[in-house]
Design a protein around this ligand. Structure first.
Ligand code: GLN
Length: 256
């Protein structure tokens, strides 16, 4: 009598979100680590596990490069960005490219966003980027681009608004084939002129929006969690009373 065929099981969606925080000490201007806190809470409230793997200067990505679902890098001052840019380009570049190629999500804010492309030109010096998207950033002699900002984005489920705060000296220019994250409703965006903000390629998002960004725009946190875990179905809804109030207030501050 042949043994019964093993029961085929539909593979369960991953039950833990593994997040790699790149340079969490250096790249954390305006408390950008609040983005990580919000991701943790929204996972935990749904019974999704959350693992944070901080990877700092000089450290190889190692297993984080192979196993993490979401990579995060916050904003930073030019001085700190310099250290990170070289490390990113020399120590972590291949691991990050491989992770993104296998579908991992990546969120980069401001100083981190400026390092996603080819280069960040700072007067005499040009910092290398990690080369994930076709963009370059140039430090301008003009005024810093500062203020509350609102942009309209469409990540596949219709137009939505992201609200936040920007403060950057660099101007970011996207290459011709690259899509911005959104259209500026209020504020400056990538360069103060193009009317575009951020970059999006697949699961990679770069933006100038601080706030931190995710507590003011919880829907984007959910989009990232779902994409990082490869889920097609929307995540279980949460009581977003406070998150909605924060979003409305951020939009109001931006005048949008
Ligand atoms: N140092 C960069 C600039 O001024 C980014 C600053 C930031 O992350 N807010 O352009």
């Amino acid at each position: 009598e042949p043994a019964p065929a093993p029961q085929t099981t539909v593979s369960e969606p991953a039950a833990t979100l593994r997040v790699c925080a790149l340079y969490p000490d250096l790249m954390n201007i305006y408390a950008d680590r609040g983005n990580l806190l919000l991701l943790r809470r929204r996972c935990e409230w749904r019974g999704i596990g959350f693992e944070l793997v901080p990877v700092g200067l000089g450290e190889e990505l190692g297993r984080a490069g192979e196993e993490c679902d979401l990579f995060y890098i916050g904003g930073g001052q030019d001085r700190d960005q310099k250290l990170c840019a070289l490390d990113l380009a020399q120590v972590k570049r291949d691991g990050i490219h491989a992770a993104v190629a296998r579908g991992a999500a990546l969120l980069a804010v401001c100083g981190g966003y400026q390092l996603l492309g080819h280069s960040y030109e700072l007067g005499e010096e040009t910092l290398p980027g990690v080369g994930l998207v076709d963009l370059e950033t140039v430090r301008s002699d003009g005024p810093r681009l500062i203020g509350n900002v609102a942009i309209e984005v469409d990540l596949g489920d219709g137009p939505r608004v992201l609200a936040g705060f920007e403060n950057h000296g660099g101007r970011t220019h996207l290459g011709p084939g690259e899509q911005p994250l959104g259209r500026v409703l209020r504020g400056h965006g990538n360069d103060g002129r193009s009317g575009f903000e951020g970059v999006r390629r697949g699961n990679v998002i770069g933006t100038y929006l601080h706030g931190p960004l995710l507590p003011k725009n919880a829907w984007l946190a959910d989009w990232l969690i779902a994409r990082a875990l490869g889920r097609d179905e929307p995540l279980e809804p949460l009581d977003d009373t406070f998150e909605s109030a924060a979003h409305v207030e951020a939009r109001r501050a931006a005048g949008a």
